[in-house]
Write a protein that binds this ligand. Structure first.
Ligand SMILES: [Zn+2]
Ligand SMILES: [Zn+2]
Length: 246
């Protein structure tokens, strides 16, 4: 086993709120500069740039997990992480069924670019992605777990679009693999103010919408960078573990 630095919450130019520099080669380059062993691509309610980032990282020492940041009916953001591209594309079909059929307004939210592995423009995603799907927090968590993925509530310490801000607590029995905090979170205060977080391990991600937000704050001690190994680390099983750097 060895330690892997990871950032499991990275946006690309498909997210309308991300900077245009968030293209596959630059994301991969920055992740390697930060000595990360793995990242996850987690655009809002879509996974259409995941394949391009995986391709950009090919033959480099960087694992790219296919993922998505889903906005639930309660306006809570949940990271959904998978092992394979097929899994995330199947999940995307499910999410697109539950996303209102509206068009994105580039002027208001920003354009949503689908790009190739070099970062070249392929097409626009014209659908409104920055909105809620008609699935609850529990439904998303359950369905992601059923599909073999990991569901991790995003930036729970933030005042908007977060589990603690919107619901006030971690629902009992929800199938979360861990909870994510943002880089400025004070863990002691969070644990003290929200005892319902006690049952879960924490990860810390950059929620990068710009290259300099890619974070190196979570260390996973695992055998290899796979979803199964990460799940073991998040549950502190068989010597696998997770640590958030201060
Ligand atoms: Zn978010
Ligand atoms: Zn995000």
């Amino acid at each position: 086993m060895r330690p892997y630095l990871v950032d499991l919450h990275v946006h690309t130019v498909l997210s309308p709120c991300a900077e245009v520099e968030m293209i596959p080669p630059l994301i991969v380059q920055r992740a390697r500069e930060k000595a990360l062993g793995a990242i996850a691509v987690t655009d809002h309610n879509s996974a259409e740039n995941v394949a391009a980032v995986i391709e950009a990282a090919r033959d480099l020492n960087l694992t790219v997990f296919p993922g998505m940041e889903v906005q639930t009916r309660e306006e809570v953001h949940l990271l959904c992480l998978f092992q394979t591209l097929e899994q995330v594309l199947s999940w995307q079909e499910r999410i697109y069924q539950r996303l209102p059929d509206l068009s994105n307004n580039d002027q208001v939210f920003g354009p949503q670019f689908v790009v190739d592995a070099t970062g070249d423009f392929v097409r626009y995603n014209t659908r409104l992605l920055l909105t809620s799907v008609s699935l609850s927090v529990e439904e998303v968590a359950h369905e992601v777990a059923e599909r073999g993925g990991l569901c991790i509530p995003a930036h729970i310490d933030r005042p908007a679009y977060s589990l603690l801000a919107n619901l006030g607590f971690v629902p009992v029995g929800a199938q979360f693999a861990a909870l994510e905090i943002s880089p400025r979170c004070n863990i002691e205060n969070l644990r003290a103010q929200h005892p319902s977080t006690a049952a879960y391990a924490l990860i810390c991600s950059g929620d990068a919408h710009r290259l300099d937000e890619i974070a190196d704050r979570t260390v996973l001690t695992i055998n290899e960078p796979t979803i199964a190994e990460i799940e073991m680390a998040l549950h502190n099983r068989q010597g696998r573990r997770v640590r958030v750097l201060g």
